[in-house]
Design a protein. Structure first.
Ligand code: ADP
Ligand code: MG
Length: 498
């Protein structure tokens, strides 16, 4: 290690030499002696000593205290006074220059040594502290996270990122607010609770999500941590927060995309199931139809050829009726599983709704169900297949009636939104509802919760609405009721097309 350099400032030549010799004996280097304040300042700049030993009373314009203060402010070199004066006034003036020591003449070599060593140690510690403070200051200044300090419910510090996020750059009344002033009023209570819980449960810093409201009233999502501590007997908070609005948006989009993929996947599975059912039905339909035709033909032949009493005729009628019924079921199954293209013609949704309501009226009366129609006078016409829509709507209505064995209210509602250019139809019941678990499955072919159900009603309805480019949304609360909301887009008018 190189020797410690000391500049001695002393106007008495003999004393100066004495100090120089003592210092050299102690192992320090004394490259220069200055006899006036002016000379001390000049030499300090030239040789940059580690310490200046300064006499207070000097010849020349300025005294030692003034020279010391200049040296401190210009070069930050530590000062030790070595003087014969110990009056209050001199001491007070000297204090302002933050000397690292004060030795009275005549000095003892030992005193000089300890004071110097302590001064040098203290100075190096202070330099280290200043350096680390500077490092932390830079970190805080350049941090992309907002950092704030609050003491006694008032913000006393905000870093530039925090100023920007909170939009308080031009606010002259700031600081003065508490960080809690930036949390939307309705959120405050729950935020404080969550914060307390997070800080209580974990020993490390916990970030929690919350909205912030800027000075101009706009909002953004943050992830925020608050670390309480005590500063000079007062409650203080260190606050770190970051804007996560973009991240939240991306998360939301990802969630939507995932839901869409799941829906598409389910639709694919459903249509795959239908296709398999189609192949299966087509295969067996032929096999069953032939023997059925034979049974029917033989029954008819027997009835025309043989003399039969009333009772026997009745039995043959049953055979005939049932072969017809079996034939019809096969036909419907084939219709369902081999979806021919749905032909659409301009028509009126309300007419279809009126018809299905008429059809279910007797069943509603029988089951003590209040059928409420909220169908407006006029809806725009749209391309539709009335037979198929009738079938789809009947399925929603039948399910609703079956969900209210002890009566209730069945509301059928239609409306038109000019803004979205859509017609919506809503079938709402006050029945037993659908459990959360079943919600995803109701459109699956063969999914049923009924003893005598086929589980084909809703999947057929889904395909029909799909063929009208429409969409179905279900909302259900177990024990409260279910609503099926069908949205049907109207074609874009020709004159509106670009
Ligand atoms: P099915 O009526 O033969 O059971 P669907 O495809 O019509 O077949 O319906 C499937 C299942 O969806 C039903 O078994 C029932 O669990 C549920 N569901 C449909 N509509 C309703 C409704 N309005 N209220 C309660 N559950 C319903
Ligand atoms: Mg059904």
């Amino acid at each position: 290690m190189s020797k410690i350099k000391i500049l001695v400032v002393e106007d008495e030549r003999i004393v100066a030499k004495d100090i120089q010799n003592t210092l050299k004996n102690l192992g320090y280097e004394v490259p220069a002696i200055a006899s006036t304040g002016e000379e001390a300042i000049k030499k300090s700049g030239e040789i940059m000593p580690d310490v200046v030993i300064m006499d207070i009373v000097l010849k020349g314009e300025i005294d030692g205290i003034e020279a010391a203060s200049k040296i401190r402010s210009l070069y930050k070199i530590p000062i030790i006074y070595l003087t014969a004066y110990e009056d209050e006034e001199t001491l007070d003036r000297a204090k302002i220059t933050e000397p690292l020591g004060y030795i009275l003449k005549p000095f003892e070599e030992r005193d000089l040594h300890t004071t110097l060593e302590m001064a040098i140690y203290k100075h190096s510690m202070e330099s280290k502290l200043t350096e680390s403070e500077e490092r932390y200051r830079l970190l805080v200044e350049h941090s992309p996270d907002g950092i704030a300090i609050e003491v006694d419910k008032k913000i006393i510090f905000l870093n530039p990122a925090a100023v920007k996020m909170l939009g308080v750059a031009d606010d002259v009344s700031f600081p003065g607010n508490s960080i809690f002033d930036f949390i939307p009023p309705g959120h405050l209570e729950s935020f404080k609770n969550r914060l307390a819980k997070a800080n209580e449960k974990h020993s490390s810093i916990q970030f929690i999500e919350e909205q912030f409201i800027r000075k101009d009233g706009t909002r953004f999502y943050t992830e925020i941590a608050m670390i309480p501590y005590v500063q000079e007997g007062k409650i203080a908070l260190q606050i770190i927060f970051r804007d996560i609005t973009e991240r939240k948006k991306a998360d939301e989009e990802l969630r939507k995309a995932y839901a869409e993929i799941k829906r598409t996947q389910q639709a694919l599975i459903n249509s795959e199931k239908l296709a398999a059912l189609g192949r299966f039905s087509a295969g067996i339909a032929h096999e069953i139809r032939n023997p059925l035709a034979n049974i029917s033909a033989s029954a008819q032949f027997s009835m025309s050829k043989f003399e039969m009493d009333k009772n026997m005729k009745k039995h043959f009628d049953v055979i005939l009726r049932n072969t017809e019924s079996a034939n019809r079921i096969i036909k419907e199954l084939l219709d369902f599983t081999s979806p021919r293209e749905t032909v659409l013609e301009e028509g009126n949704i309300n007419a279809v709704l009126e018809k299905v309501c008429e059809l279910v009226k007797p069943r509603c009366t029988k089951h003590n169900i209040n059928l409420v129609k909220k169908i407006p006078e006029k809806l725009p016409s749209m391309p539709l297949n009335d037979k198929k829509l009738e079938e789809a709507f009947m399925n929603f209505l039948s399910n609703a009636i079956e969900a209210m064995p002890d009566g209730g209210t069945l509301t059928v509602e239609s409306s038109f939104s000019k803004k979205d250019n859509t017609i919506t139809v809503n079938f709402a019941d006050t029945g037993f509802g659908i459990s959360q678990e079943d919600m995803d499955k109701v459109f699956e072919p063969f999914f049923t919760t009924k003893d005598d159900g086929t589980g084909l009603g809703l999947s057929l309805a889904y395909h029909i609405i799909n063929a009208h480019s429409g969409d179905i949304n279900v909302e259900s609360k177990p024990g409260k009721g279910t609503a099926f909301l069908i949205t049907l887009p109207l074609p874009v008018k020709k004159e509106n097309r670009i």
